[in-house]
Design a protein around this ligand. Structure first.
Ligand SMILES: C=C(OP(=O)(O)O)C(=O)O
Ligand SMILES: [Mg+2]
Length: 543
């Protein structure tokens, strides 16, 4: 028997036989050069199409978020930019097709990783598509979760969206991953399905064992050399939510969605979001060598806003900077990009880019009929907030807000709130800056756990400022998608929560299950705790 502790990200306890998810395929060789490069290049497109077809077939059998995830991955497999780059690699460099796909996909993943933040987290999806196409070319089984024959505990390095989108919760007792953090796809999915899960369980892949008992609250995993009987306790019930975010005694907490594309927006509307708390506009700029015109931006934004006509949508202005290589901005490289010219700081040098984006957003708001507010990323001071609000209002948009993701902004929340109409807390970045811990570094996942009492105390400060000046405080980082933490955030004074579509039902149901005073007591207990595990336990024990 061996014991490991990772980060518990979806509560509940379960035990049973272990099924290991195969590691990604080995790196394909760059030799021998194909005898007929033209014929070799021609193999790529059919392989990519076959991968897309298999994913579309799986998508046809499910609905909602799972369908959207599978369709998005299928579309990525068919992306002509990926296949033609791979074909070029064969033609120009005489690489075998699998290697050509490997290198083309890595180029795309690298660009996403360089874009940082949310975009960087999508690099995992490109690697998944890469490995599926390579498996098809090599005629081997695709990587990912094998078909389960009996209820099992899944152990993996990390899981990609397409691995998990159509997991059957009646066969998956628990999930344990070696890598990944509290905001990883595995964590989000496990919570939305109510499956106990532990991420960043270092050593679990090498630990052996045929049976496991998993505690998704404390993060403990016990591995055993003998079979473990199937047990399930404290598993979250399938969530039922009536579509209006509120506590059991009627205190209103809006349950909103995070979106970054038209497909996301449709999935969020279908899943019952009351509106959008964070529309990431980066997608519109990502592949552009030049700044997209106001008309192009307006049409792209209107497509995302359309499913939310008559509903509130918070559009975030471009979250780019020296770490996101948008060539048209003509900015140099920086030694420490996470602390460099990013987010709103870019607009101080290039207010014209911001003004054109605001013009496009105002146009898209009129075209779509959505109730649009605009907010800026990476704001540090009240002065910056006032500067931004003035430009938003000059563009004819009524409501202006800012994200709180820099500790300085959290500490001056009252002053900032006097300059704008609302704030929204980006817990992903706020945690990374509070703990000086890169949000992408698996080894630092525990510091980026949103249950860290220091982070909760800071959020409490912002909630208190919101009460003082009577303005709304949102959370749009991944913290909002954990149903138990969502209640704690409401107890700390947060008035809206914005998350991926897959978490809406579970969060709505969790809020409805407890009264505001109950949640305030849970929040007090959580923020007084010594560490993230104790914080989770303390919040639970007040329920
Ligand atoms: C929502 C946030 O912004 P992003 O993840 O896009 O950086 C955040 O930092 O919490
Ligand atoms: Mg952020």
């Amino acid at each position: 028997m061996s014991r490991l502790t990772g980060v518990g990200v979806s509560s509940g306890r379960a035990g049973g036989p272990v099924v290991r998810v195969a590691d990604p395929l080995p790196e394909p060789a760059a030799a021998p050069a194909p005898a007929d490069p033209a014929a070799e290049a021609e193999r790529i497109r059919p392989a990519a199409d076959a991968v897309a077809e298999a994913l579309f077939a799986r998508a046809a059998k499910v609905s909602g978020d799972a369908k959207a995830v599978l369709e998005t991955t299928a579309a990525m497999a068919m992306d002509p930019a990926l296949t033609s780059q791979a074909e070029q690699n064969v033609a120009a460099r005489s690489l075998p097709a699998p290697r050509a796909v490997f290198e083309a996909a890595n180029g795309f993943a690298e660009a996403l990783r360089a874009a940082g933040g949310y975009m960087a987290e999508r690099a995992r999806d490109v690697h998944d598509v890469r490995d599926r196409i390579i498996a098809e070319l090599e005629g081997v089984a695709p990587p990912g979760v094998p078909e389960l024959q009996r209820p099992s505990v899944l152990v993996a390095r990390d899981l990609a969206p397409a691995d998990t989108a159509d997991l059957d919760p009646s066969l998956v007792l628990a999930l344990v991953t070696e890598e990944g953090g509290p905001t990883s796809h595995t964590a989000i999915l496990a919570r939305s399905l109510g499956i106990p899960a532990v991420v960043a369980a270092r050593g679990v892949l090498d630990a052996g064992g045929v049976g496991a008992t998993v505690d998704g609250g404390s993060g403990e995993v016990e591995l055993s050399e003998v079979e473990v009987e199937v047990t399930v306790s404290e598993r979250a019930a399938a969530a039922e939510w009536d579509g209006t975010g509120r506590t059991s005694d009627g205190h209103r907490v809006k349950v909103l969605a995070n979106v970054g594309s038209p497909a996301d927006a449709r999935a969020a509307a279908e899943a019952g979001a009351e509106g959008v708390g964070l529309f990431r506009t980066e997608f519109c700029y990502l592949d552009a060598d030049q700044e997209p015109s106001v008309e192009t931006q307006r049409a792209a934004y209107a497509e995302v806003l359309a499913p939310f006509a008559g509903k509130p949508v918070v559009v975030r202005t471009l979250d780019a900077g020296a770490d996101k290589p948008l060539s048209f901005l003509g900015m140099g490289t920086e030694p420490n990009p996470a602390l460099g010219v990013r987010g709103l700081r870019v607009a101080f040098d290039r207010p014209d880019v911001l003004n054109r984006q605001l013009e496009a957003i105002a146009g898209a708001a009129a075209d779509s009929g959505a109730e649009v507010s605009v907010m800026a990323p990476m704001v540090a001071t009240a002065e910056e907030a006032a500067w931004f609000a003035e430009r938003v209002r000059a563009a004819g948009i009524e409501r202006a807000g800012v994200m709180v993701e820099v500790p300085a902004a959290a500490l001056c929340a009252a002053e900032i709130l006097r300059a704008v109409d609302f704030v929204s807390i980006g817990t992903n970045d706020l945690a990374q800056y509070v703990f000086a811990a890169d949000r992408m570094a698996g080894a630092l996942a525990e510091l980026n756990d949103p249950w860290q009492p220091a982070l909760l105390r800071l959020i409490g400060t912002i909630g208190e400022a919101g009460r003082q000046v009577d303005k709304s405080i949102g959370v749009c980082g991944e913290a909002a998608s954990d149903p138990e933490l969502a209640g704690v955030l409401a107890g700390l004074g947060v008035t809206s929560l914005s998350m991926n579509a897959g978490s809406l039902q579970a969060v709505g149901a969790a809020l409805a299950a407890r009264s505001l005073s109950d949640l305030q007591a849970a929040a007090e207990a959580a923020r007084a705790a010594a560490g993230p595990g104790q914080s989770r336990q303390a919040a639970k024990s007040t329920g």
